[in-house]
Design a protein around this ligand. Structure first.
Ligand SMILES: *Cc1c(COP(=O)(O)O)cnc(C)c1O
Length: 365
């Protein structure tokens, strides 16, 4: 019985090998390796994909959050609402700025930010920005988010690292907020062969600010006009590889959604809770079930040759680096979910037969 991994990047790479090799050759022969024509073309193509006016390539998804927030005037001491169930990436970006995370709890069903809690935090005052993470590939109801944040004049950054291509009402992840961050880490729905990231925005001032922030604060070569800047660039090799893969993202997302829909329809074990939002708003980045006996389920699947993982086992406010300072924070749903969630294999190259095996293994448990 062959092993079914939680992911299989070798299969994924094989599916685009010819196009990727051609892209790599093109860069090799170009004599230009950082922020060049491939980057410019990718920025244009990815902005079109998202339905935004601008895209700025950066080095990774965490930098994209950081530079995006800096362009939204988040500074040292700024208070930024975020969730604590999304892997600490936003907290890392806030830490680099010296800004302070203000945690909102999540909804037990969607696992996305609880908007009642968000409204309460904003009503209490002192909030400078909000990060909405479209966790597991599920686009939040951004119109509902903006109905809360817009009247208060608070900018929203969408963290789309898990939600490339997700849409509601024909509008895609990244096109709603003042700015949006993407990661192209190899496991993402659009992944490079290394690190990569981008910020997208509809606003040309924000775009210009990020272009400066990603390269030493330069307004022109060797002319520094912006402080708080970095070196965070997307290299030509990764940009060319991303261009080669971008045309496939929508069909990969459909395949992920198809697998997720099979799981949610065919898993009939009353001890296992399955996600229910499976329309265009969900791109199947991670398929995450809930189970009171998570360890038992994971052990059973492992014995059946099926890999699982936990995204994420420790809520941000409970991470060892910050738990002491956060000991008074209570996020009941976030904390409960952290003990119950389990991620099943869900990626475009998973075969029908493998999905059948996962379903059968869960139903017989
Ligand atoms: C992967 C990820 C990031 C960070 O991206 P990197 O490219 O690894 O820095 C940020 N937010 C979320 C939700 C992610 O899944």
């Amino acid at each position: 019985m062959s092993h079914i991994g939680i992911n299989d990047l070798k299969r994924h790479a094989a599916s685009t090998e010819a196009a990727v090799r051609e892209a790599v050759d093109r860069v090799l022969e170009s004599g230009w390796y950082v922020l060049g024509r491939e980057n410019e073309a990718f920025e244009e193509e990815f902005a079109r994909f998202c339905g935004t006016r601008h895209c700025i390539g950066v080095a990774n998804g965490t930098d994209a959050i950081e530079l995006g927030l800096r362009a939204l005037s988040v500074r040292e001491g700024s208070r930024v609402v975020t969730v604590a169930n999304a892997g600490y990436y936003t907290a890392t970006a806030l830490g680099s700025i010296g800004a302070i995370p203000v945690y909102a709890d999540v909804d037990g069903k969607t696992r996305l930010m609880d908007l009642t809690h968000l409204a309460d935090l904003i009503a209490a005052g002192g909030i400078d920005a909000v990060v909405i993470t479209h966790l597991f590939g599920l686009l939040h109801d951004m119109e509902a988010v903006l109905r809360i944040t817009d009247p208060a004049g608070i900018p929203v950054l969408e963290d789309c690292a898990q939600a490339h291509g997700a849409s509601r009402g024909g509008r895609r992840a990244g096109s709603f907020g003042a700015a949006a961050s993407f990661s192209f880490y190899p496991t993402k729905n659009l992944g490079a062969l290394g690190d990569g990231g981008a910020v997208v925005t509809q606003n040309s001032d924000i775009a210009q600010s990020i272009r400066r922030l990603r390269q030493y604060g330069w307004e022109a070569k060797y002319r520094v006009s912006t402080s708080g800047a970095r070196n965070s660039r997307l290299d030509e090799m990764q940009a060319a590889i991303l261009r080669a893969k971008l045309p496939f993202v929508d069909s990969w997302n459909s395949k992920r959604r198809e697998i997720a829909t099979r799981y949610s329809t065919e898993i009939r074990n009353p001890r296992v809770g399955c996600p229910q939002s499976l329309g265009e708003e969900y791109v199947g980045h991670l398929y995450v079930v809930t189970c009171d006996d998570r360890q038992g389920l994971a052990g059973h699947l492992s014995a059946m040759g099926i890999g699982t993982d936990i995204h994420y086992p420790v809520p941000d406010h409970r991470q060892a680096a910050v738990s002491e300072a956060n000991s008074a924070i209570r996020l009941p749903i976030t904390e409960e979910l952290a003990d119950k969630i389990l991620t099943l294999p869900c990626y475009p190259e998973l075969t029908d037969h493998e999905v059948t095996r996962v379903v059968a293994a869960i139903n017989e448990w």
